[in-house]
Structures are given as structure tokens and as C-alpha cells.
Design a protein around this ligand. Structure first.
Ligand SMILES: Cc1cc2nc3c(=O)[nH]c(=O)nc-3n(C[C@H](O)[C@H](O)[C@H](O)COP(=O)(O)OP(=O)(O)OC[C@H]3O[C@@H](n4cnc5c(N)ncnc54)[C@H](O)[C@@H]3O)c2cc1C
Length: 358
């Protein structure tokens, strides 16, 4: 009886050992060797895909990444839902024939990403060490995050005049994007503030709708390229006022743009100038301060991605949206880049797993 018991125990131990070996080899198939060895595997701070930025690009990347089964964290920064949240009615994002408030558009993409398992985090990245994988991020709130792959979607902030009436009338006649909002100024008179390429491109575009477009520039000559200047000067709808700044936008009390208070900086003369809309076109600043030493940037500070890809100069780091887009700056394009970045990150992870398992 005692002997039978011993034999049974030995058989049970052998079966247990066999099961243990099978499970271990199965894990070996699924998890790449570097991650098996990695002290980060069971660390909740470690994610396969970490996205910096909670605008259309970052949230769409989160949606695609989580839906492809990768552990995904999206760090939203100080502007959750991104710049599109500043638009009271987005009329050019496909799928919303009646338009949609920018905040709601961001919330919808966010909700869709969370549904598939993406984890949102309201915090700001303050340092990013891209020297080795997993990449290490430090957050303002004190947390440290480890990222197998990183998607940078930090956007490009619009330069504003910084006067109170500008903020009060934003979306009520004050705009920063002619392609987004020019359509709303059919048969109206508008001003464009700025003297560079963006200002003249915006002015030319706005002549498709407005009856009169006045470019207000603080210097005595334009900074825009010769070609654009020629085209703008030749357009009878475009007028120019030089050496002049916008002191105030009127009328906050009415909740709409009725005109601007202009000041000639050479004579100090101030006067009212009537208009129905104000387009601020003094430029953008890409949010790439964290990456000036680690990533290849262009002369204006935008991240350089490989053509028709989101790959940056560091393998495993991808860029999406306005932060890598000096030209288009549209929500749909940012979202498209976000999906591309998540697909690129997915392939990067799978290719590395395959290499490690060879
Ligand atoms: C007033 C206005 C109206 C617009 N209207 C339209 C429109 O009608 N249609 C249209 O297509 N486009 C419109 N645009 C443009 C559109 O908003 C942008 O093209 C789009 O939001 C870019 O998306 P993004 O995700 O690349 O960047 P952003 O939307 O700029 O998002 C950047 C994100 O990065 C985060 N972030 C930045 N730094 C950090 C950090 N260090 N750590 C963590 N997070 C960080 C921010 O908090 C933010 O969530 C408008 C823009 C403005 C300003």
C-alpha cells in the first residue's frame, strides 16, 4: 500500500514537471527572449506601445494599437483631446455630415480607444531617454514609464497674439486655420494677421469665399516667398496694411467679430477697422523640446519621418500628426498618421520578436 502511494506521488510529480516544461516552451514561443529576460515584463510601468499626446493623432494611434492586441498607454498631456478641442464645430472630418464639436470628436476617438483596452493617463512627459529600449519616460506627476516602442504625437502649438479678446472670440470669428474655417466666411470681409508664407497662403485661400481679405503685418515688408507675394499682390481681393498690429478684437459683448482696433507702430495712431473674421497666421511651434538631442528634426523643429512612413531616426520611435507635419495640419491627416504609426509599431514589435526567436 505504502509502495503504491509512493509510485502515485512519483507519477504525479513527473506529470507536473512535464506540464511545467510544456508551459515554459509555449511562453518561449509567444514572448521574445529579450522581454523574457527583461525585468520589465511584469512591471505595470512597462507597455509595448506608449503614445505621447492625446490629440487626434495620439488617440487614433491608441485605438489601432490597443485593437491589435498590444499593451497601450496614451499620455495625454495638458491638452487632452488636443487642439481640435478648440474648434466649436468641425465640418471637415469625414463621417459627421452635420459637423461635430472638436471636443466631442476627441472624446469619441478616446472612448473608442479605451473600449479596446488603451489606458489613458492625464500627465505630461518631462524627460524622454531614447538611448536604449525600453525607452524611459519621466512624467510631471513623478511616474516613470518604460516603452518598448514610442509614438510621439505631441502636435504643434499655434502662435496666438495673446490678447484677451482673441481668446474670448475664438471659434466665434477668430480662427487659426483658413482651410478649416474659410468656408464660414462666404461673402464676408476678413483680416489675416501675419506676413509669412502661411499668412499669404491663408489669404489666397480665403479669397475663394470672402469678398475682401486684408493682410495686417507688423513690419514694412512681407517675409513670404517671392512667388506667394506675386500671387497675392495680383489678387484684387487682397489688401495690405503694414507697420501695424492688432490691439483688440471687437466685440466681446456681442460674442462675434465686428472689427479690430489697429495700431500703426510707426505713428502710434490707433483706429477701428471693420471685418467679420480674424485669421491668425503667425506660425506654429512643434512640441519637440523633449527630443532636440535624440531625434532628427528639421530646421523649424518638426520631427523628420521617413517618406510614407512614421519611422524616425531612432528605431522603435514613431512620429504622428502635426509634430511631423509642417504642411497640412488637419485633424483627419493627424488621425491617419496616428493609425500608420500604430501599424508601424506593431510590425516593429513582431519583427523584433521573430529575430529574437530565430
Ligand atoms: C482653433 C483651431 C481650430 C481647428 N479646426 C480644425 C478643423 O475644423 N478641422 C481640422 O481638420 N483641423 C482643425 N484644426 C487643426 C487640428 O486641430 C490639428 O491639425 C490636430 O489637432 C493635430 O492633431 P495632433 O494629434 O497631431 O496634435 P494636437 O491636437 O496638437 O495634440 C497634441 C497632444 O499632445 C499633448 N502633449 C504635448 N506635449 C506633451 C508632453 N510633453 N507630454 C504629454 N503630452 C503632450 C497635448 O496635451 C495634446 O493632447 C484646428 C486647430 C485649431 C487651433
Amino acid at each position: 500500500m505504502q509502495i503504491n502511494c509512493k509510485i502515485l506521488i512519483i507519477i504525479a510529480m513527473k506529470i507536473f514537471l512535464l506540464l511545467l516544461i510544456c508551459t515554459a516552451s509555449l511562453i518561449g514561443e509567444i514572448i521574445p527572449r529579450d522581454i523574457q529576460k527583461s525585468p520589465f515584463l511584469n512591471d505595470e510601468r512597462y507597455k509595448e506601445v506608449v503614445i505621447i499626446g492625446g490629440g487626434p493623432a495620439g488617440l487614433t494611434a491608441a485605438l489601432y494599437s490597443a485593437r491589435s492586441g498590444l499593451s497601450t498607454l496614451v499620455i495625454e498631456g495638458e491638452e487632452p483631446r488636443g487642439q481640435i478641442a478648440l474648434s466649436s464645430n468641425v465640418e471637415n472630418f469625414p463621417g459627421f455630415p452635420k459637423g461635430i464639436a472638436g471636443f466631442d470628436l476627441g472624446s469619441n476617438i478616446r472612448e473608442q480607444a479605451i473600449k479596446f483596452g488603451a489606458i489613458p493617463l492625464l500627465d505630461k512627459v518631462v524627460t524622454a531617454d531614447l538611448s536604449e529600449r525600453p525607452f524611459r519616460l519621466k512624467l510631471k506627476g513623478g511616474k516613470e514609464i518604460y516603452a518598448e516602442t514610442l509614438i510621439i504625437a505631441t502636435g504643434a502649438r499655434t502662435k496666438w497674439l495673446g490678447i484677451p479678446s482673441e481668446a474670448a472670440l475664438m471659434g466665434k470669428g477668430v480662427n487659426s486655420c483658413a482651410i478649416c474655417d474659410g468656408f464660414l466666411f462666404r461673402k464676408k470681409e476678413v483680416i489675416v494677421v501675419g506676413g509669412g508664407d502661411t499668412a499669404l497662403e491663408d489669404a489666397l485661400y480665403l479669397t475663394n469665399f470672402a469678398t475682401k481679405v486684408t493682410v495686417i503685418h507688423r513690419r514694412d515688408s512681407l517675409r513670404a516667398s517671392e512667388v506667394l507675394q506675386k500671387r497675392a499682390f495680383a489678387n484684387p481681393k487682397i489688401h495690405f496694411i503694414y507697420d501695424t498690429v492688432v490691439e483688440e478684437i471687437l466685440d466681446i459683448n456681442k460674442g462675434s467679430v465686428e472689427g479690430v482696433l489697429l495700431k500703426n507702430i510707426t505713428t502710434n495712431e490707433t483706429y477701428l477697422y471693420s471685418c467679420d473674421g480674424v485669421f491668425i497666421a503667425i506660425g506654429h511651434v512643434p512640441n519637440t523640446e523633449l527630443f532636440t538631442q535624440s531625434l532628427e528634426l528639421d530646421s523649424a523643429g518638426y520631427i523628420i519621418a521617413q517618406p510614407y512612413s512614421t519611422k524616425t531616426s531612432v528605431p522603435g520611435v514613431f512620429a504622428a500628426g502635426d509634430v511631423a507635419d509642417p504642411k497640412y495640419k488637419q485633424a483627419i491627416i493627424a488621425a491617419g498618421f496616428g493609425s500608420m504609426a500604430a501599424i508601424d509599431a506593431f510590425h516593429f514589435i513582431k519583427e523584433n520578436q521573430n529575430k529574437e526567436n530565430l
